[in-house]
Write a protein that binds this ligand. Sequence first.
Ligand SMILES: NC(=O)c1ccc[n+]([C@@H]2O[C@H](COP(=O)([O-])OP(=O)(O)OC[C@H]3O[C@@H](n4cnc5c(N)ncnc54)[C@H](O)[C@@H]3O)[C@@H](O)[C@H]2O)c1
Length: 343
Amino acid sequence: MNIDAVTLTNRVAAIFQSAGSRAGEAECVARHLVEANLVGHDSHGVIRVPAYVDWLRSGKVLANQQLRVVSENGPVIVCDGGCGFGQVMGEAAMELATKQGKAHGLAIVALRNSGHLGRIGDWAVMAAEAGLVSLHFVNTNGGGILVAPFGGKERRLSANPIAAGVPVAGGRPIVLDISTCTIAEGKIKVAYNKGERVPDGCLLDANGQPTNDPVAFYANPPGAILPLGGHKGYALGVIVEVLAGALTGGGCSHPGVDRVVNNMLTIVADPAAFGPGEAFARDVRQFLEHVRTCPPAQEGGEILLPGEPEERTRAQRLAEGIPLDERTRSQLDDVAHSLGVAG
Ligand SMILES: NC(=O)c1ccc[n+]([C@@H]2O[C@H](COP(=O)([O-])OP(=O)(O)OC[C@H]3O[C@@H](n4cnc5c(N)ncnc54)[C@H](O)[C@@H]3O)[C@@H](O)[C@H]2O)c1
């Protein structure tokens, strides 16, 4: 049975409010989690609620924090999320980036010490809706070490997602939103909850042997996720650690950290600062048309643009509701019950 987005958002917001968030924060966290479900990234949707509430209870994420600007130096703004909810910190950081990007054509916002930022594509969409091109590099500073280096068998890097957004005149933005490993950890959790296996080539068990079994990944000693595309994804992951970790001041992945914080380096650029905005818009539109009209390799196939699968899933789930597996549903019910949230 599917659940509609508004009902789910209200329920999740009620959970966070009972757990200590003010109404605005609870709504913001709920809205972003449900948005991830709507666009089909269930790994970063409401499946996260039990962990977020645990983190609140144990002080690993702090309720009702505000983004603090640490320094401003030309186009560079450094901010600290104070271990507050990533959804709130992400929105606030993007508001700063957008304002600065619009005013000066370019902004680089370093967000350190934020709670989990969820689906990074949200931040690219936010910039694109303001007419800006954006790039986002995200790591954890050690609370989310999951990925083996190319050729290695133990975890050393975090999932290190990269997102990018491009506004498209008269259409939906192009949105790239990928981790630099073969599979996002949340997707392994979704498979674990459903009792399913993950695709070939994603995981190693603790002995460095390929496995499809999420249980082997979460075992003690644990398995590891493989980097995306062998050495290339590994190399990208290393660069993301440095940009998101060392450059923001939030830190690269180091052992011995038990709190999941995300750091994000965001670069936004206003196409109008580079030349006539219309020329940019026209070139992008023509290029997209050139790509989209490529004959499909297989009969009945089609060419999609980055961001399009999410747009389609969003339209479908807005109309038909969000499918939630039994385990995720009952975990949500358990958390709600433990906080005295009715329903
Ligand atoms: N907060 C964190 O620390 C963190 C860490 C890792 C991942 N994540 C999030 O996890 C989510 C999932 O990441 P992932 O690596 O599994 O992503 P994924 O492998 O599902 O790839 C998604 C990207 O590929 C594009 N895409 C998919 N199919 C396509 C097609 N047929 N044609 C064109 N483009 C297509 C999508 O539009 C999107 O940009 C993302 O939202 C990411 O931000 C967050």
